[in-house]
Design a protein around this ligand. Structure first.
Ligand SMILES: Nc1nc2c(ncn2[C@@H]2O[C@H](COP(=O)(O)OP(=O)(O)OP(=O)(O)O)[C@@H](O)[C@H]2O)c(=O)[nH]1
Ligand SMILES: [Mg+2]
Length: 220
């Protein structure tokens, strides 16, 4: 997290990680569509014509004033293609929480595993504890054939400690749940490990309330 005491501003950095073409950029597009328009900044993407991120995408979200402090979220994606290894490491710098976007198709199982190991390496390279860094997992592309079954994913979820979400990002399904799960886990970690409450007087519960109200408030 970045704290600017002068501006009374707190910025939390969240990163969408995963193998090439798993749907990271698609998740950001869906978040941009789903959140209240007054909370969303401009979505910056840089892609080739075949949907491949060249550097990273960035979506800034504004939660607004919460107990006198202005809270911002910055959502990044990494480029999944193997050749962009150094960019992925760079994007992970100072990251507070990660959503790992896996491709549900059986054919992509190996690619998911390699990207997961790559993420753990890059976390370590950036001085994080890979095992305790806030992480949620999304199994995307649930609409496609030849995917891992719901039962398989539920079993994986029961064995691991990370929250697991199923999604069809292209239709916005599961996107909000993934983001809220990630924010929840991240602010709890910031509270427990980085003294969020002592530093800015905002608890993780205050945070979640503000996020729900500001990002996903229904029109009256
Ligand atoms: N059928 C289906 N296609 C999806 C889904 N989510 C994303 N896609 C498609 O998968 C392709 C890749 O999606 P992106 O979001 O660009 O993938 P990415 O993870 O950002 O890829 P890189 O930037 O190369 O790492 C696009 O053609 C998307 O439309 C989904 O839930 N279902
Ligand atoms: Mg992308």
């Amino acid at each position: 997290m970045q704290l600017d005491f002068k501006a009374r501003e707190l910025t939390i950095k969240l990163v969408y990680y995963g193998p090439a073409l798993s749907g990271k950029t698609t998740n950001l597009h869906a978040v941009h569509r789903l959140v209240n328009s007054d909370a969303a900044g401009r979505l910056m993407t840089l892609e080739t014509r075949d949907d491949r991120t060249l550097f990273f995408d960035l979506l800034p979200l504004s939660i607004g004033a919460t107990k006198g402090i202005n809270v911002r979220l910055k959502l990044f994606t990494v480029p999944g293609q193997v050749i962009h290894a150094s960019t992925r490491r760079l994007v992970l710098q100072g990251c507070d929480g990660i959503a790992f976007i896996a491709d549900s198709r059986r054919s992509e199982t190996k690619a998911n595993q390699l990207a997961f190991l790559d993420m753990q390496d890059n976390l370590t390279e950036n001085g994080f504890e890979a095992d305790t860094h806030p992480l949620v997992i999304q199994f995307n592309k649930r609409d496609l054939p030849a995917i891992r079954t719901d039962e398989e994913i539920d079993r994986l979820a029961a064995h691991g400690k990370e929250p697991v979400f199923k999604a069809v990002a292209i239709r916005g399904v599961g996107v909000k749940e993934t983001l809220l799960g990630l924010i929840d886990l991240t602010v709890q970690h910031l509270e427990e490990r980085h003294g969020l409450k002592e530093k800015v007087g905002v608890t993780s519960a205050d945070f979640i309330t503000a996020v729900n109200n500001r990002l996903f408030r229904e029109a009256p």
